[in-house]
Design a protein around this ligand. Structure first.
Ligand code: NAP
Length: 438
C-alpha cells in the first residue's frame, strides 16, 4: 500500500489526494499537510471573497478529506517542523503542492516605499491570511494604481471599488471591509505594459467591472486595435477584448454618475515608484508592442498613486535541498518529477497559471506518474512507515497537529461569528484558530 505525503492542502493538493483514491481505492494512505491550521490554501486565502461560487469547490475537497485513507495534518510546516528528507524516509512519495505564495518582484527603484504592495500580501490582507492580515494599507488617498492586466489585477481593482452592499454574501474579513468601504479612492488605474490584445483577463471576470455600483471602467478608444483584428484572437481573449470595447463606448454622463473611475492604461510599463517615504506616483514609460513584446519608446510620464498593488505573478517558496528553477520561480521538475520519490504539482510544478480546475488534470496526471514509478520499482522495496511513523515524530517533537475534525470546529466557530449574510468571519491569528480547534 503506497504511503503518500502531500504538502499543501489547496486545490492541487486535494485533487492529487482524490486522484490517489481513484488510483488505489482503499489501498493507499494519504497525509495532506498544511502549515496553517486550516485547509484549502488559495480557495480560502487567494480566491476573491466575493467569488463564493468558486470557493464552493472546497465541498468537493471535504469529501476527499473525510475519507478514512486521507487525513489532514494542519499546523505543520515542512522545512521547519519536519524536513522533506524526513518525510521521504516515511512516505513512498512526497508531493509538493505548495503553490506560489510569494510575489514576483518588479525590481524597480522605489518598490520598497510605504503603501506599495504585491498582490500576495494585499490579497492576503483582505482574505485574512495570518501572515498578511495586519498589513493595514493606507487607503485614505484618492489614487490607486494596480499593475498588471491579469485576473488578480481585476480582483484587486474590483475589491477596491465595491460598496458595503456589494460585499454582502462575501467572506471578506471585517477589518478589511471597514477600511475598503471607507476608502478615499476615486481613481484606480490598471497598468498594462502591453495592449488590449495581450491582456490576461478572462471575459466573465472583466465583465464584472462593468456592473459596479460606485465605479465605472474607462477604456480609451484610441488604444483599441482595429476591430477586424479581433477575429484572429482565440475565443476567450476575443470576448475579453469585446468587453473592453463596450467599456470604451460608455458615455461620459454615465461615468459622471459613479464616484470611482477604473482606468485602463495600456502600453504603459512602470519604471519607478516615486515619493518621499510613502509612494506618491508611478513613473511609467510608453511602449509599443512589437512581435508580441513591449518595447519602450522613451516617452515617460507619472501617474499619481497613493497606493500601489503589483499583480504581476507569483513565485514558489524554495525548500532547502529541493532543486529549484530560480528563473521560473518554481521547483525544477520533469512533468512533476523532481527527484526519486519527490514530486510537485499545481503552481509549484507549472508556475502560477490556469484556473482552479486546471489543477485537477494536473493532480490526476501526477498520480499516474507516481503509479508508473511504483510499478517500475523506482520507489524502492523499503516498507515505509507512513502515517504511523509521522505520528511517532509528532510525539517526539511535541507538534500541535490540527486534524480535519479540529478544522471542522474552527469552521463552525467562524460561521457562528459571521456578519449577517456572510458565510464566515475568518480567524486571522493562528493562535485563535488553534484555540477554536481545542
Ligand atoms: P497573470 O495572468 O500571469 O497576469 C500577470 C500580469 O502582470 C500580466 O498582464 C503581465 O503582463 C503583467 N506583468 C508581469 N510582469 C510585469 C512587469 N514586470 N511589469 C508590468 N507588468 C507585468 O497573473 P495573475 O493575474 O497573478 O493570475 C495568476 C493566475 O491565477 C492566472 O492563471 C489567473 O487567470 C488565475 N486567476 C484566476 C481568477 C479567476 O478565474 N477568477 C482570479 C485570480 C487569478 P505581460 O502579459 O506583458 O507579461
Amino acid at each position: 500500500m503506497p504511503h503518500i505525503a502531500i504538502i499543501g492542502s489547496g486545490p492541487a493538493g486535494y485533487y492529487t489526494a482524490e486522484a490517489a483514491q481513484k488510483q488505489w481505492g482503499d489501498d493507499v494512505r494519504v497525509d495532506v499537510f498544511d502549515q496553517l491550521p486550516v485547509p484549502y490554501g488559495l480557495i480560502r486565502t487567494g480566491v476573491a471573497p466575493d467569488h463564493q461560487s468558486i470557493k464552493g469547490v472546497s465541498r468537493r475537497y471535504e469529501k476527499t478529506a473525510l475519507t478514512e485513507n486521507v487525513r489532514f495534518v494542519g499546523n505543520v510546516t515542512v522545512g521547519k517542523d519536519v524536513s522533506v528528507a524526513e518525510l521521504q524516509q516515511l512516505y513512498d512519495a512526497v508531493v509538493l503542492a505548495t503553490g506560489a505564495p510569494n510575489d514576483k518582484m518588479l525590481g524597480l527603484p522605489g518598490e520598497d516605499l510605504a503603501n506599495v504592495y504585491g498582490s500576495a500580501s494585499f490579497v492576503g490582507w483582505y482574505n485574512g491570511h495570518p501572515e498578511f492580515a495586519r498589513l493595514d494599507p493606507d487607503l485614505s488617498g484618492k489614487h490607486a494604481v494596480v499593475i498588471g492586466m491579469g485576473n488578480v489585477a481585476l480582483d484587486v481593482a474590483r475589491i477596491l471599488a465595491k460598496t458595503e452592499t456589494e460585499f454582502s454574501g462575501s467572506d471578506i474579513v471585517g477589518h478589511a471591509l471597514q477600511k475598503l468601504i471607507n476608502s478615499g479612492i476615486e481613481k484606480i488605474t490598471i497598468l498594462g505594459r502591453r495592449g488590449p490584445h495581450q491582456i490576461m483577463m478572462t471575459p466573465k471576470e472583466l465583465g464584472e467591472l462593468g456592473n459596479l455600483e460606485r465605479a465605472s471602467p474607462r477604456v480609451d478608444r484610441s488604444d483599441l486595435p482595429d476591430e477586424a483584428e479581433d477575429a484572429l484572437l482565440e475565443p476567450g481573449l476575443r470576448k475579453s477584448v469585446t468587453q473592453l470595447r463596450s467599456f470604451a463606448a460608455i458615455p461620459e454622463d454615465m461615468h459622471a454618475e459613479k464616484k470611482i473611475e477604473i482606468e485602463f492604461d495600456f502600453f504603459a510599463s512602470p519604471v519607478a515608484m516615486e515619493g518621499s517615504g510613502k509612494v506618491e506616483s508611478v513613473r511609467v514609460e510608453r511602449t509599443e508592442v512589437k512581435a508580441g513584446r513591449a518595447v519602450r519608446t522613451g516617452e515617460s510620464y507619472s501617474i499619481p498613486a497613493d497606493v500601489v498593488v503589483a499583480c504581476i505573478g507569483y513565485r514558489t517558496s524554495p525548500i532547502t535541498g529541493v532543486p529549484f528553477d530560480d528563473r521560473a520561480g518554481r521547483f525544477a521538475n520533469d512533468e512533476g518529477r523532481i527527484l526519486t520519490g519527490l514530486y510537485c504539482v499545481g503552481w509549484a510544478r507549472r508556475g502560477p497559471s490556469g484556473t482552479i480546475g486546471t489543477n485537477r488534470p494536473d493532480g490526476f496526471g501526477l498520480i499516474e506518474k507516481i503509479a508508473e514509478d511504483i510499478d517500475a520499482g523506482l520507489l524502492g522495496p523499503a516498507k515505509r512507515k507512513g502515517r504511523s511513523g509521522f505520528d511517532e515524530l509528532v510525539k517526539e517533537r511535541g507538534l500541535d497537529v490540527v486534524t480535519f475534525q479540529d478544522w471542522k470546529k474552527i469552521e463552525e466557530a467562524e460561521a457562528a461569528a459571521a456578519r449577517e449574510g456572510s458565510p464566515r468571519e475568518k480567524f486571522i491569528d493562528i493562535e485563535a484558530m488553534i484555540s477554536a480547534a481545542n
